[in-house]
Write a protein that binds this ligand. Structure first.
Ligand code: URP
Ligand code: ZN
Ligand code: ZN
Length: 489
């Protein structure tokens, strides 16, 4: 598969080519000499991948007739699970730069072997149709396995009644409601509450994009009327209180409905504190933060030459001090997952749609490739997050919440052989010039990280060999999520 892309300033074109499927699915692969790490254990063991699954774990396993891979000096992790991606998604008057081919190849190179992408429901349409549309986008393109969340665009009886079928028959266990993006994706509290009631009843999990969209509508119009058009006004019109208020409102609504809740892309200490408070009250609330909120800040909006637009995302980047609070919340088990919220747009031709009006800049940034490495570097390398906890945050917790565990998210006999051989000694500098995402900017440009995926396996097949993609676009499969079970995380 080959993908052409426009050449913009600072952007090196990369051609992706599919490689033939290897024979190893038939003969199996033995990983030797590595340190196997799961969410609970650290073991010096060999891992035999055979028939697409983990077939044996032990010492001095018989290598014949299998291919052997030496993992000496490396960690052997369950493949990363990214619970928050937007591939081939129409948004902000354009379509994301990465589709299921380019996005999942980049994910694989970064150590991620499964994604949970958002299938967008449109007002008046059925959930079944939304899911079918997104399955078509992924089929024949994805290089790694994928599941879906569904967004909910309206609270019609037909929509609410379909939730049961989605959970019980279609393998979707989570449903995202937007409290922002008024006139586009936002729904009212009545709809949110009805979705919570239905998911509680049938075994689903509600996700919220928590920002007060009604107030943002007013602050945005006011700013534009006063002649403010630059990217930084995206952040100035979305103050942190609007995230805090919406987070608290969603938690209180879930409390009344008796439903579990998952708050996506938590950007601030204020919103994270709301989640901590709810959890202290014993509520089944889960919070996700993202690499961009640990690494970038509101200062990035002041970058010259419209580069600030690359950082326009919602919720927006916050004052720098929030970064440490969020990292500490991950460390203290107050936030449970680390999603990329990958939603890539080229500066050239896409972000530029908002050159004269910040509210027209497509929201989102390219993060799928570097999510795993950033958590490793800022969490483990910095001595903040222990190695088992790293695996929980990068993989296992998402598998548990989104109905993929124990098929995904661990290294255990019978689990899918989705495995990363992680070399902690390799250093690299993140750059749009060398990344594999189909986009002309990288919000982590120049960041030096230590630790890299050396080999990656998807259901036992090598998809990354010595840092190079050797898999096949189209080899990834849709994986049905089991109904949600309220695990303590
Ligand atoms: O700015 C963002 N986060 N874009 C993706 C859509 C969403 O709200 O998750
Ligand atoms: Zn969102
Ligand atoms: Zn998102």
């Amino acid at each position: 598969m080959r993908r052409e892309r426009r050449r913009c300033k600072g952007f090196a074109a990369v051609a992706l080519r599919a490689a033939p499927i290897s024979e190893e699915a038939a003969i199996g692969t033995l990983i030797r000499g590595g340190t196997v790490v799961t969410a609970t254990d650290v073991t010096h063991a060999d891992v035999l991948m055979d028939g697409g699954v983990i077939a044996a774990l032990g010492t001095a396993l018989d290598a014949s007739p299998h291919t052997t891979v030496d993992a000496t000096g490396c960690y052997v992790f369950p493949g990363g699970i990214d619970p928050h991606t937007h591939l081939d998604m129409p948004f902000g008057g354009t379509v994301t730069a990465d589709d299921f081919a380019t996005g999942t190849v980049a994910a694989a190179l970064g150590g991620t072997t499964s994604i949970v992408d958002f299938a967008l429901h449109t007002k008046g349409d059925s959930l079944a149709n939304a899911l079918a549309t997104w399955k078509r986008k992924a089929a024949g393109k994805a290089a790694i396995d994928y599941a879906f969340h569904l967004t909910i665009a309206d609270g019609r009886d037909e929509t609410i009644n379909e939730i049961q079928t989605m959970i019980e028959q279609e393998g979707v266990n989570s449903f995202k409601v937007f409290m922002a993006y008024k006139h586009i994706l936002q729904v009212d509290d009545e709809t949110i509450f009805k979705v919570m009631q239905a998911t509680k009843r049938f075994g689903g999990l509600v996700q919220v994009h928590a920002e007060n969209g009604d107030v943002i509508e007013v602050t945005t119009k006011d700013a534009l009327a006063e002649g403010h058009t630059e990217p930084k006004w995206h952040a100035l019109t979305r103050p942190v209180e609007l995230e805090g208020e919406a987070t608290n409102r969603a938690i209180r609504l879930a409390e009344v409905a008796g439903a579990p809740l998952y708050v996506v892309h938590v950007s601030s200490a204020m919103a994270a504190d709301m989640i901590s408070d709810g959890r202290k009250r014993g509520l089944p609330i889960y919070g996700e933060t993202c690499p961009q909120y640990l690494v970038c800040s509101e200062d990035d909006y002041d970058r010259p030459d419209f580069a600030g637009a690359n950082y326009v995302m919602s919720p927006p980047l916050r004052p720098k001090w929030n970064q440490n609070v969020l990292l500490r919340k991950l460390k203290n088990f107050e936030l449970q997952t680390f999603g990329s919220d990958h939603c890539s747009f080229n500066n050239c031709g896409q972000k530029e749609l908002g050159k004269n009006d910040f509210s027209k800049i497509p929201n989102g940034a390219p993060t799928i490739e570097d999510r795993f490495a950033i958590l490793w570097h800022y969490g483990y390398n910095a001595g903040v997050i222990g190695i088992n906890h790293f695996v929980s945050l990068a993989s296992t917790n998402a598998a548990k919440l989104f109905g993929l565990f124990p098929r995904k998210g661990t290294i255990a006999i019978g689990s899918d052989a989705d495995v990363v051989i992680w070399d902690p000694a390799i250093e690299r500098t993140i750059s749009a010039g060398t990344h594999h995402m189909n986009v002309d900017n990288n919000i982590f440009e120049g960041l030096h990280v230590k630790g890299k995926a050396r080999h990656v396996f998807s259901r036992g097949r090598t998809i990354v060999d010595d840092g190079k993609f050797v898999g096949e676009t189209g080899a990834g499969a849709f994986v049905k999520s089991l109904p949600f079970f309220p695990v303590a995380l």
